[in-house]
Design a protein around this ligand. Structure first.
Ligand SMILES: [Zn+2]
Ligand SMILES: [Zn+2]
Ligand SMILES: [Zn+2]
Length: 396
């Protein structure tokens, strides 16, 4: 899931090629300090700047990505999304993406609050909702504290790359992803919020993926090709509604697809896919990766190309109207929040705090405050979320 994140998300990654579209767009669309200047300058200046930008990329063998603000880039990406669709994205709660759990076969009936779709019956990660992910692109903005860390580790990262020091490179990635997960809790699964073990596994999975890709020669060759294809993209329309011209976009997409296929083969062989903290099936891990890529490019595509890309990437999804389901009210042992649970459910993820809650067994009253608690799966002791006293249940 971490191959093709826009700059922000693949901040720590070598990000050859993928940063390019965003930084290029930054010049095209304006953003941060440049914005006022571009508005005054009009299209001529924008094109001039874009050309300068291209020359800059062509002339440089080593681009210092660390000087670019990912927060700015993300702002622009989401700004464009609004401009292009003509609307601010609003949570779509009336529809639920049709999903059947690979683990228990249960059908999703409760509307998920995040893009991470967990099974109502067993708590497995069963899907990634692209539409939902696009609702809040800013959730992946890590801000200046992260930028600072990127700057600090930049030289060491380059050295590790040069000297082919895998362990050192990995250690840097681990630090960066750990910080990123901390700063962008809404960009990752809600399970990473309170579950330290989950979070550790997630960071390990992301840092390992980045390291494997970095030291894979074929992956790097593809990255170089992607970079070239991105340079070849022609832009149409006028600021701010500039779109990537179809016949120049798709060759780039093809290379990315090949790169991804290759990467997944390697990750599979090296056992990295098995490290996913949700034990997500390969097909789901692939879709999550494509989703990151598509989120970055969607604002720059014409409608027909957008449709096609979402279809090609397997992100189309079928949405059905949310049917009223009979639910039971329970109370999360992690945060004390209300949980609507389906009949016959065994475990579910609390989307507020990320706790995997046992809903197969009855709730327990806190002996101190009498509050109702559904215990986390596998736990018989916890701090009462209401009164902070220690609460326990009998072992089942
Ligand atoms: Zn399930
Ligand atoms: Zn909770
Ligand atoms: Zn209590």
């Amino acid at each position: 899931m971490v191959l093709l994140l826009p700059k922000v998300r693949f901040g720590p990654l070598p990000d050859k090629g993928y940063t390019m579209p965003m930084s290029f767009l930054k010049k095209l669309f304006g953003g941060g300090d440049d914005q006022g200047q571009q508005k005054q300058g009009g299209l001529g200046d924008i094109i001039k700047q874009a050309k300068e930008m291209q020359q800059q990329f062509q002339g440089q063998t080593q681009v210092d990505y660390s000087t670019m603000s990912s927060g700015e880039l993300m702002n622009i990406a989401s700004g464009n999304m609004e401009t292009l669709t003509g609307q601010k994205s609003e949570p779509k709660t009336a529809f639920v993406k049709k999903t059947t759990c690979h683990n228990c076969g249960g059908a999703k009936t409760l509307a998920p609050k995040t893009a991470y779709v967990y099974c109502d019956f067993c708590g497995s990660l069963t899907d990634y909702d692209f539409q939902k992910a696009c609702e809040n692109p800013q959730s992946a903005m890590p801000g200046p504290a992260y930028e600072e860390l990127v700057r600090q580790t930049n030289a060491d990262g380059a050295l590790a790359r040069q000297t082919k020091d895998r362990d050192k490179f990995y250690a840097i990635q681990e630090r960066l992803f750990d910080r990123w997960v901390e700063l962008c809790p809404n960009a990752v699964s809600p399970r990473a919020k309170k579950d330290d073990e989950y979070r550790k596994q997630l960071v390990k999975y992301m840092a390992t993926t980045a390291t494997v890709n970095e030291f894979d020669e074929t992956f790097q060759q593809y990255a170089e090709q992607v970079k070239q294809k991105v340079m070849g993209i022609k832009w149409e329309g006028m600021f701010p509604k500039m779109t990537a011209e179809s016949s120049t976009f798709w060759p780039m997409y093809e290379v990315v697809k090949n790169q991804l296929d290759h990467s997944f083969d390697v990750l599979k062989k090296e056992g990295v896919l098995d490290m996913h903290p949700d034990q997500a099936p390969e097909s789901l891990q692939r879709r999550m990766t494509y989703s990151m890529f598509c989120q970055g490019w969607l604002p720059t595509l014409a409608e027909a190309d957008s449709e096609k890309m979402i279809q090609e990437a397997g992100l189309k999804g079928e949405y059905s109207k949310l049917e009223p389901t009979e639910t039971d009210l329970r109370h999360c042992g992690g945060c004390g929040g209300d949980l609507n649970t389906v009949k016959g459910g065994k475990a579910m993820v609390c989307e507020e705090c990320g706790t995997v809650v046992d809903i197969a067994n009855p709730e327990v009253n806190c002996t101190n405050c009498a509050g109702m608690i559904s215990f986390p799966v596998g736990k018989n002791r916890l701090q009462c979320p209401y009164c902070k006293a220690e609460a326990q249940r009998m072992a089942w």
